[in-house]
Design a protein. Structure first.
Lengths: 229, 229
DNA sequence: CGACGGATTGATCGTGCTCAAATCATGTGG
DNA sequence: CCACATGATTTGAGCACGATCAATCCGTCG
C-alpha cells in the first residue's frame, strides 16, 4: 500500500468544499503546529491500514470515502464508521490500529506522522485537547451506533442511516452515496436484502427518490425522523 | 442526587483490591496533579448523572457497580458499559454527559472536578495524555461492542459477556455478577429470556456452574472462547 | 415462614435471514 | 452508438432465530 500518486503540500493547501463545512480538525491540529502533510491516493477497495498494524499516521479524507471495520473469523463484518471528505481517521492513542480502513472509491487522503502530532501536543495545549476531542467525537458516534445496533429495528436503522448521510453529504439536495448496499448492511447490522427492501418501501411511500441506486433525494425528512425511534 | 454519605480523602487513601489489579488511572491523573477527591455513595438504582446534564465531575468506582446507557423514546434501552471497582467513568471532552449513569447496587465512588483535571492537563503533559488514553480506552470497548451487537448471535454474545466479566471480576475462581438479567440483555441487545436460555444451555453443557443466579463459575473457558466466534 | 421480585421454562409468533431468480446499472469493445 | 457482459440491486418464497406472551420456579429479604 501507499504506492499511488504522491505529492507533498503544506497545510495552506486548499481543501475540498465538504471539508470546509465541518470544523477543520486537521488544520486545527497540524496546521497550528506547522506540520507538513503528505497526500496519498488509494484505488477503490484498497486497504489503507489493517487491524493490528502500527498506527504511525493520521489521515484526513480529501476526495472519496473510507470504510473502517472489524471482521469475525468466519468473515462476518461490522463497519464502525464511514469517513467522508474532511473527516479525520486513523488517530489512535495506542500503538496499533484497532480496525481496518479501506477506500470505498478511488480516494485521496492527507496524512501526517502521528509522532509529530504527539510531539506538538507536548508543546501546545490546544493540540493535546484537539487529539482528545477527535477521539471523543468518535466515541460519541460509537455510542449512538451501539444504540442503533442493539435496539433499533431494520426500518429505524435505515432511517437513521439516511439522516446521517443527508447531514454529512447532501449538497445540491441530492445525496450521492459512495458505498454499496453490502457496506450499508454491514454498517447497520443488516443484510443487503433487508436494506434494499427498506429503501424500496421508503421509495414507494414517497419519502425518498432515486436517480440510480446510489443517488438519493430525501423528500420527507420529518417522516424519516419519526421512523428513527 | 449526591445526597448520600460524604467524606473527603486525598489520593493517598487506600483503594479497593480490584482497582489495584488494573492500572490506576484515577491516581495517575488526579494523584499526580495533587488534586483532592471526594467520596459519594449511591443507593441501588440511583442515578449518578443523566444524559445531557453538565459533565462537571469525573468518577471512579470504589465499591459497587455502575451501568451507563441510552434510551429510545419508547423506553428501549442500550447499556454501553458496566463500570466495576477501579474503573473511571463520566469523563467527557464536551460539556455534557452523553449517557445516563446509575448505580447497579449500593455504590461508592470517588470524584474530582473535571475542570481541575483539565487545568492539570494544561500544566502536565502526562495528565493530558491520560485523559486522551481513557477516552481512547472507552472507544476501543465501544468498537468491540459494535461488532458484538451488529454481527454476533445470541450464544456468541453471552459467551463474550461471560469472558469479559470473568476477566474483569473473577477473584476466587468465582464471578459475582452485580447486574440482573435485564441489564445483561440490554447490554447485549437481547431479551432476558434469551440470556437466560443461553446461560441454561451452558450450564447443562457443563461449561459453567451456578451458586444462585448471579454467582457463576466458568468450568471451560476454552469452550467459551470457541463459541465467541 | 411468607411475599415479592428475579429468573427460568414453555409455546407461539414475527422480523429479518437465507436461498434463488429477475432486473437494472455500468462499463467495454465492436 | 449499440450490444453485450458483469456486478449490483431488487424482488420473491420459505425458514429460523430470537422476541413475545404466559406460567412456574426460585432466591432473598422482610
Amino acid at each position: 500500500m501507499l504506492t499511488q500518486s504522491i505529492s507533498t503540500s503544506d497545510m495552506a493547501g486548499k481543501i475540498s468544499p465538504a471539508a470546509l463545512s465541518a470544523p477543520d480538525q486537521f488544520h486545527m491540529v497540524a496546521g497550528q503546529a506547522g506540520l507538513v502533510a503528505t497526500e496519498f491516493s488509494y484505488k477503490k477497495d484498497e486497504e489503507i491500514y489493517g487491524e493490528g498494524e502500527p498506527s504511525d499516521y493520521v489521515y484526513q479524507v480529501i476526495r472519496g470515502s473510507v470504510r473502517s471495520y472489524k471482521l469475525l473469523s468466519d468473515g462476518r463484518r461490522q463497519i464502525g464508521a464511514f469517513y467522508l471528505p474532511g473527516d479525520v481517521f486513523g488517530l489512535e492513542s495506542g500503538p496499533a490500529h484497532r480496525l481496518t480502513a479501506e477506500a470505498i472509491v478511488d480516494t485521496t487522503v492527507r496524512l501526517v506522522k502521528r509522532r509529530s502530532l504527539e510531539q506538538a501536543a507536548g508543546i501546545t495545549v490546544q493540540v493535546a485537547h484537539s487529539l482528545w476531542s477527535m477521539t471523543a467525537g468518535e466515541l460519541r458516534h460509537a455510542e449512538n451506533h451501539m444504540l442503533l445496533l442493539g435496539r433499533k429495528n431494520a426500518m429505524e436503522r435505515v432511517a437513521s442511516f439516511l439522516l446521517e448521510m443527508d447531514r454529512r453529504l447532501t449538497v445540491t439536495g441530492m445525496m450521492a452515496l459512495p458505498m454499496c448496499r453490502r457496506d450499508i448492511g454491514d454498517y447497520l447490522g443488516l443484510t443487503i436484502e433487508t436494506v434494499s427492501r427498506a429503501l424500496s418501501q421508503l421509495h414507494s411511500e414517497g419519502v425518498l427518490g432515486f436517480s440510480g441506486a446510489r443517488q438519493i433525494v430525501l423528500r420527507n425528512r420529518q417522516r424519516l425522523r419519526n421512523m428513527d425511534a
